[in-house]
Design a protein around this ligand. Structure first.
Ligand code: ATP
Ligand code: MG
Length: 424
C-alpha cells in the first residue's frame, strides 16, 4: 500500500519552508508597522456562518465547502475564507464597543475549498488577510490596499497591477441589478446553468462567470460605474485621491465584481503581470463589506479587508525569477573521530547552540572523510575535527571553510572565539 497527499494539498518541504517563513516574517513585520495585530480563529465554524457571511449564491458556498456533521450532529465547515470568522469574533467579543474604531485585525492560516486542482489553485491553501472593521473612511480603504501592495513589493515583486472598482451602495446595486436582468434575460438560455440561476438570485455574479466570460453580452453589460449615485461616486473619488497621495497606481475596471455577496463600494484585485504565470493571475482580492457585521448579528459596523494566498505569491515570485533572501547558514560542523571524541562533540555542540551558533554533527558513525563531505554539502562556515590528540591537548583547530584560515583554540575559549568571529 502506498499513500500520497490528498488531491489539492501539498507537503511543503525544507528548502521551500524557508521561503514561507521569510514571507511570513515580512507579513508579520508589516502588520506590526501598519498596526493590524493577529487574530486566530478556529479552523472550523458552523456551516451557517459561511452561508450567511460568504453568501448563499457564491461558488464557495454552493460547491466548494468541506462540510461535515460532528458526533453531536452539528453541521460544521472547514473555513473556506477568513472574513466571516473574523466578523463573527468581532461581534462575539463585542469589539464594536472598543473606543478605537476601526478595529484592525490580521490573520494567516490554512483555508479549505473543494476546487479543481491546477497551478495556483489548491484545496488547502494559506491565506493572509486583514480586516478593518468599524469605519467608513475612504482613507482606510487606501491603507488596506497599500498594505497588500507593500507585502508584495517587500517580497520583491515588481510586475503588479492594481485594479479597483466601486460596487456602490444598496441603492446603486438595486438599480444596476434591474438593468442587468433586463440586459441578460432575453438571451439567458445562451448562458450556463449557473448563470441562469444567478439571473434571479444575484445577476451581478454573471459578470464574474468563468464559463461565459466571452459571451458578447458580457462586454455590453451595464457597468456599475454608470449607476453610482452621488455619495458612492464621491466615496470612490476619495479612495482614488488617497491612493494618489500614497503614490499607488491603479486601473479602474468597471467590470470588476468580486465573488463574495457582501461586497459594496470599494473592491479591488491585485494581479501579477509576470509572463509565464499561467492562467491564474489574481494574487489578492479585497473590498468593502458594509452590512456584513449586521448580517452576522452585530450593530452597523462598516468594514474592509483583503485576502491573498501565500501559494500564489510564491508562484508570482517564481514567474518573475525573484529569489527571497532566505539564507540559513550552518556555522559549525564538528567532526568526531571516535566514541570519546563524540562525547566531547555533543558537549561542545550544546555550548555552541546555547550561544546561537548553529551546529551540526554526525549521527551515523561515519568516517572522517564522509563527515567532512557532509560539512561541505551543508555549507558549514567552520569545521573542527576532534580526535585523540585534540582531546589530550584540550584544544581544536578551527578551520574557516571559506577563507581556508586555521586557528588553534582551547576548548574553554571556543564559544568566545566563534562568537567574536561571527560578529565580524
Ligand atoms: P478565484 O477567482 O481565483 O477563484 P476567489 O475569488 O475565489 O479567486 P477569494 O475568495 O477572493 O478568491 O480569495 C482571495 C485570494 O485567495 C485569491 O486572490 C487567491 O490569492 C487566494 N485563493 C483563493 N482560492 C485559492 C485556492 N484554491 N488556492 C490558492 N489560493 C487561493
Ligand atoms: Mg475561487
Amino acid at each position: 500500500m502506498s499513500f500520497k497527499v490528498p488531491r489539492g494539498t501539498q507537503d511543503i518541504l525544507p528548502g521551500q519552508t524557508e521561503k514561507w517563513q521569510k514571507v511570513e516574517e515580512i507579513i508579520r513585520h508589516l502588520c506590526s508597522v501598519y498596526r493590524y495585530p493577529e487574530i486566530r480563529t478556529p479552523i472550523f465554524e458552523s456551516t451557517e456562518l459561511f452561508q450567511r457571511g460568504v453568501g448563499d449564491t457564491t461558488d464557495i458556498v454552493q460547491k466548494e465547502m468541506y462540510t461535515f456533521k460532528d458526533r453531536g450532529d452539528r453541521s460544521l465547515t472547514l473555513r473556506p475564507e477568513g472574513t466571516a470568522a473574523v466578523v463573527r469574533s468581532y461581534v462575539e467579543h463585542k469589539m464594536f464597543g472598543q473606543p478605537d474604531q476601526p478595529v484592525k485585525l490580521s490573520y494567516i492560516g490554512p483555508m479549505f475549498r473543494y476546487e479543481r486542482q491546477q497551478a495556483g489553485r489548491y484545496r488547502q491553501f494559506v491565506q493572509f488577510g486583514v480586516e478593518a472593521i468599524g469605519s467608513k473612511d475612504p482613507a482606510i480603504d487606501a491603507e488596506v490596499i497599500a498594505l497588500a501592495m507593500n507585502v508584495y513589493e517587500s517580497c520583491g515583486l515588481k510586475d503588479l497591477k492594481l485594479v479597483i472598482n466601486s460596487l456602490g451602495d444598496h441603492e446603486v446595486r438595486a438599480k444596476h441589478r434591474e438593468a442587468l436582468v433586463k440586459h441578460f434575460e432575453p438571451h439567458i438560455h445562451e448562458f450556463c446553468s449557473d448563470c441562469q440561476s444567478r439571473l434571479e438570485k444575484n445577476p451581478l455574479r454573471i459578470l464574474d462567470c468563468k464559463v461565459d466570460h466571452d459571451h458578447p453580452l458580457m462586454a455590453t453589460a451595464p457597468a456599475l460605474t454608470d449607476y453610482l449615485n452621488e455619495e458612492s461616486a464621491s466615496y470612490f473619488e476619495q479612495v482614488k485621491k488617497y491612493l494618489d497621495v500614497l503614490g499607488i497606481s491603479y486601473v479602474v475596471d468597471p467590470n470588476l465584481v468580486r465573488g463574495l455577496d457582501y461586497y459594496n463600494h470599494t473592491t479591488f484585485e491585485i494581479m501579477s503581470t509576470a509572463e509565464g504565470l499561467g492562467a491564474i493571475t489574481t494574487l489578492c482580492g479585497g473590498g468593502r463589506y458594509n452590512g456584513l457585521v449586521e448580517e452576522i448579528g452585530g450593530p452597523e459596523s462598516p468594514g474592509i479587508g483583503f485576502a491573498m494566498s501565500i501559494e500564489r505569491l510564491l508562484l508570482a515570485l517564481e514567474a518573475e525569477g525573484k529569489e527571497l533572501d532566505t539564507e540559513s547558514q550552518l556555522d559549525m560542523y564538528i567532526v568526531a573521530m571516535d566514541e570519546e571524541a563524540k562525547l566531547k562533540a555533543v558537549e561542545l555542540a550544546s555550548s555552541f547552540r546555547a550561544k546561537g551558533i548553529s551546529t551540526e554533527l554526525d549521527y551515523s558513525n561515519r568516517k572522517m572523510k564522509a563527515q567532512m563531505k557532509s560539512a561541505d554539502r551543508q555549507n558549514a562556515q567552520w569545521v573542527i575535527v576532534l580526535g585523540e590528540s585534540e582531546l589530550a591537548e584540550q584544544k581544536a583547530t578551527v578551520k574557516n571553510m571559506s577563507s581556508g584560515h586555521q586557528e588553534m583554540v582551547p576548548f574553554f575559549d571556543l564559544v568566545n572565539y566563534l562568537t567574536k568571529q561571527k560578529e565580524q
